[in-house]
Design a protein around this ligand. Sequence first.
Ligand SMILES: [Fe+2]
Length: 202
Amino acid sequence: MAFKQNDLAYAKDALEPHIDKATMEVHYEKHHAGYTSKLNNAVEGTNLADKSIEDILKNLDMDNKAVRNNGGGFYNHNLFWDVMSPNGGGKPTGDLAKAIDEAFGSFDDFKEKFSNAAGGQFGSGWAWLCVHPGGRLEICSTPNQDNPLMPGVGCGGHPVLGLDVWEHAYYLKYQNKRPDYVNAFFNVINWEEVAKRYSDGK
Ligand SMILES: [Fe+2]
């Protein structure tokens, strides 16, 4: 069965003014669609074709560039759409809030560390919040379309929040001002979804 982009749970202009409609259109319809079709081409007729994307990434041959780049791009963007919402922003609650305080000291300390990971990723890549078995949280960044499910990449663990810091994710609205984009992202984070991923992944 071919891999398919997650449907967006909101309109492409719904994250305005933080994430603009033109960026959402090209990002979803061109970039993510491209990774998805190239992943499907790369796995077609191989023993990966009937595996889940998480299975593929966890057991990835890192020299398989087509699956590494496009499988990463497929998975990462599906996660990215799902952890944003027009009703997002604010702060997490419950177990996730406690785990953030335990790992980073406070929500503000978490925000600073995550923003530094996003801002400090040289060139294209992603910033991640990951959960390890037992519930410990960790922040890291990865280059290109790599993610922490892949062997030996980033902080390991299971990604619960991801931020795309490729220029294609922000250049139309923010040009070179990546920190402004990172700051705006915090206004649309769907903490309910992140909490669900935290509780499923720990
Ligand atoms: Fe992207």
